[in-house]
Design a protein around this ligand. Sequence first.
Ligand code: ATP
Ligand code: MG
Length: 418
Amino acid sequence: MIQKVRGTRDILPPESRLWVEVEAVAQRVFGGFGYEEIRLPLLEPTELFVRSVGEATDIVGKEMYTFADRKGRSLTLRPEGTAGVARAFIENGLAQRPSPLRLSYLGPMFRYEKMQRGRYRQFGQIGIELLGAATPAADAEVMLALHTFLAELGFDDLVIVLNNLGDPEDRPRFIELLLRELEGRREELCADCQRRWDANPLRILDCKVPRCRELVAGTTPVAEVVSEEARRHVDGVEAALRDLGVAVQRAPRLVRGLDYYLRTVFEVVSPELGEDTVICGGGRYDRLISDLGGPQVPGVGFAIGEDRLIEVLPASFRERVLGRRPVVVLPVGEAAATTLAVVRALAVRGIAAHAEVTGRSLKAGLKWAGKLGARVVVIVGGDELAAGAVVVRDLDRGEQQAVPIAEVADVLERTGEA
Ligand code: ATP
Ligand code: MG
C-alpha cells in the first residue's frame, strides 16, 4: 500500500468542513477590511527565500523542500507566504496601483520539520499583507483584522503578544549587548545557539530549549535598546489597539523566525496549547521589498497556522459546522430522475441533499439516511409523485407531510437550520 508522505495529512470530511468554513470566515472578514486574495505559485526560485527569510534562519537552513528541476534550476516549495507576495509585488509592478495595497492569501506551505502535534511538513496558512503604509495605524489595522477574524470564530481566550524589534540600524547595538550579557554562559547554550552566536545571534532569543530560555531571560529586552522613532511607532500601535478594545501583551523576548521583520512583531498564543504553540505570527517588514530589488515600500502582515487554529477552535464553532445534517432524497419505484431534480432544487438553494442512487429499497434507504445523520428524508414516488408532490419526513419529530415539488426547498428552509 502506498502511504502519504510523512508530515502530510489527509483532511477528510467532515473535518474538512472546518477548513472550508474557517476559510470562508477569513475571506469575509479580511475582505471586509479591504483585503483581496492573491494566488501565488507553490514553487518559487530557492533564492527568493534565501534572500528574504534569511540564510541563517531555521526555515532556510534546515526546513526547506529544495530540489533541482529537470534543467538543474534550484526550486523550493514555499515555506511561507510573504516572500512570494513581495516577489509578485515587484514583478507585477504593483507599486503602480493605488496605495496602500491590501492582499490576502491562503494555502499550503512546506517545511521539513520534526513532526509533532501542530507541526506538519505540509500545513495551511491564512495571511494578509498591507503594503505601502508605514504608520502605526497600519499595524493596528492588520492586528484588528486578525482579532476580528478570531472573534468571529468564537475565540475569546487568545492572547496577542507584541514586541518591538527596532530598526535594522538598532540591531548591531542590541546584538552586541546581548552577546556581552551572555558571554560567560556561552558554553551553556544548546549546540544550535552556539552556531547562532556567530551566524544570527537574534535567533538565540527564539530558541525553545529550556536552558537557553533561562539564560536569555536575564538579558536586556530588545525594546529597551531601540531608537526613539521605533519606540514611538510600536507604542502607537499598542495605544491604537487599546482604544479599539483589543488586548495585547508585551512579550519582551519575542522575535520571529524570519529575518525581515523590524519594529512590530506579534504572535497569537492559545492558553490551551501553551506559548510554544503559536497560532499566528506577524510583523512589519519595511525593507523586504527593497531588499529584493523592488521599490521602497513598507509592509506589515501576519500568517495564521490553519492546522493549529483548527485544533483549538471553540466548541461552539466546531459543533455548528460538524453538526450540520443533510437532507436525504429517496426514490421509490421509477423515480430516479425526479429524485435528482429534487436534489438540484435543494442544492441551488444551498441545502445539502444526498440522492439515493445505488438502487436501495425504501427501507434500506431510510437506514442509510439514519447513518448519514439526516434530519429530513424526502421520499419521491407513489401517489404523491403522480400528483406532483413528494413526502417530506422529519426524522426528529417523526412527522411527515406531502409537499408539492416546487415548494420543497421553501419548506425545508422553513423547518430546518439547513
Ligand atoms: P514555530 O515557532 O511554531 O516554528 P514559526 O515562527 O516558524 O512557528 P511562522 O513562520 O511565523 O511560524 O508561521 C506562522 C504560523 O504558521 C505559525 O504561527 C504556526 O501556526 C504555523 N506553522 C508554522 N510552522 C508550522 C508547521 N510546521 N506545522 C503547522 N503549522 C505551522
Ligand atoms: Mg518554525
